[in-house]
Write a protein that binds this ligand. Structure first.
Ligand code: CAA
Length: 385
């Protein structure tokens, strides 16, 4: 078993780390305050090839392996969790949906512009009454000649307000339940489509989660993701794509926890109380030991899930394990890092309170951790029965 990163992976890590430290970290606090969408840095990430990192070069992507892609997410989140959320929804969910399931024509039409950053992507499954129970969709797409007429409301769509291309799940045969769900590619200027409220969230405030409205939105049948063969197959497609997303979610959780650990170590080595650096107190040392150990374990789970994905193996349970564990580690590590900073950690002068807020969503979105436990237990019960 080889735990070393190869030359290419090291180069990717160094490049994205340098970019994130110089371009993302300095604007993270401001972004959290203003909520102004960071188009300039998102576009620069596109120019550097990081918006389509795992996409083959023939579609305009970076042709990078799954470990490199995980590293990119970790490094971005280490410097700004909002950017990691934007890039995750764009690449892990929207771009990879089109890459894995699109027709050749759809791949050539959408992927080059999505990889370059000209078009941002979003993935819209969730609705007011379909969160964890993701197949309970009320958004319907009714066939009318060569068109589908879509009606319904979506919620919590990351990049919904900014995306040019949205992978949408709607029910084309409500009587068939989850076997009636069909994936579509929606373009932002299609008539009958509009963006609703942007949620006023606790964290990841530089990314936007929005409502989407479909009112008699007429979509040509050529916009079915992957063509007619995918009618009714949308639920499985969404689940498989969310497996990708959950590895990325683990990576983003690790990035935030890494930033918190580094901040805590730096502070503990500077701050003096009772005549010595607080890093010399065992109370602090034990916290650092717990944080570092849990973070390392989360990294190993995430690397393993990414490796499985890269090897083309089924990754459902391992992606869920990595997402669940890493997001809970991010919660504990950011909390301890704030504790080590004492009152300063609670102040907005330091980034710790932002780390805590940014980490909190990781236990909720792309499947709550209760749903991850369900996914894992179903798999394990099958595996050992
Ligand atoms: N891979 C392949 N197939 C899968 C699968 C997977 N990961 N998960 C489920 N399936 C298949 C099942 O095998 C089954 O197929 P068959 O009937 O042919 O055997 C079918 O899909 C139905 O599966 P289940 O019976 O497991 O369905 P369920 O309704 O009981 O529950 C669930 C499934 C795991 C709870 C699922 O609904 C789920 O993951 N919920 C959470 C949804 C989620 O993560 N939402 C976040 C969306 S992200 C978003 O909105 C965008 C954003 O910007 C953040």
């Amino acid at each position: 078993m080889d735990f070393e990163l190869n030359e290419e992976q090291l180069m990717v890590r160094d490049t994205i780390r340098k970019f994130a430290e110089t371009e993302l970290e300095p604007k993270a606090a401001e972004l959290d305050k203003t909520r102004e969408f960071p188009w300039d840095t998102v576009r620069k990430l596109g120019e550097l090839g990081f918006l389509g990192a795992p996409v083959p070069e023939e579609y305009g992507g970076g042709g990078m392996d799954s470990i490199s892609y995980l590293i990119i997410g970790m490094e971005i989140a280490r410097c700004d969790a909002s950017h990691a959320t934007i890039i995750g929804a764009h690449c892990s969910l929207a771009v990879l949906s089109i890459l894995q399931y699109g027709t050749e024509e759809q791949k050539h039409k959408y992927l080059p512009k999505m990889c370059s950053g000209e078009w941002l992507g979003a993935f819209s499954l969730t609705e007011p009454n379909a969160g964890s129970d993701a197949s309970n969709l009320e958004t319907v797409a009714v066939k009318d000649g060569e068109y589908y007429v879509i009606n319904g409301h979506k919620q919590w769509c990351t990049n919904g307000a900014e995306a040019s291309v949205i992978v949408l799940f709607a029910n084309t045969n409500p009587e068939a339940g989850l076997r009636g769900i069909t994936p579509f590619i929606i373009e932002k200027d299609m008539e009958g489509f509009s963006v609703g409220n942007i949620e006023d969230t606790m964290g990841i405030r530089g990314s936007h989660q929005t409502e989407l409205n479909f009112e008699n939105c007429r979509v040509h049948e050529s916009q079915i993701l992957g063509g007619e063969g995918n009618i009714g197959k949308g639920f499985k497609i969404a689940m498989i794509i969310l497996d990708n997303g959950r590895i990325g979610m683990a990576g983003a959780s690790i990035g935030i926890a890494q930033a918190a650990l580094e901040a805590a170590v730096k502070y503990a080595n500077q701050r003096e109380q009772f005549g010595q650096k607080i890093a010399r107190f065992q109370a602090i040392q034990w916290m650092i030991a717990d944080m570092a150990t849990e973070l390392e374990a989360a990294k190993q789970l995430a690397y393993y899930a990414a490796w499985l994905k890269g090897a083309g193996k089924k990754v459902t349970a391992e992606a869920a394990m990595a997402k669940m564990f890493a997001s809970e580690v991010a919660g504990r590590v950011t909390d301890l890092a704030l504790q080590i900073h004492g009152g300063y950690g609670y102040s907005r002068e330091y980034p710790l309170e932002r780390f805590v807020r940014d980490a909190r969503i990781k236990r909720i979105y792309e499947g709550t951790n209760e749903i991850q436990r369900l996914v894992i237990s179903r798999d394990i019960l099958r595996r050992y029965s």
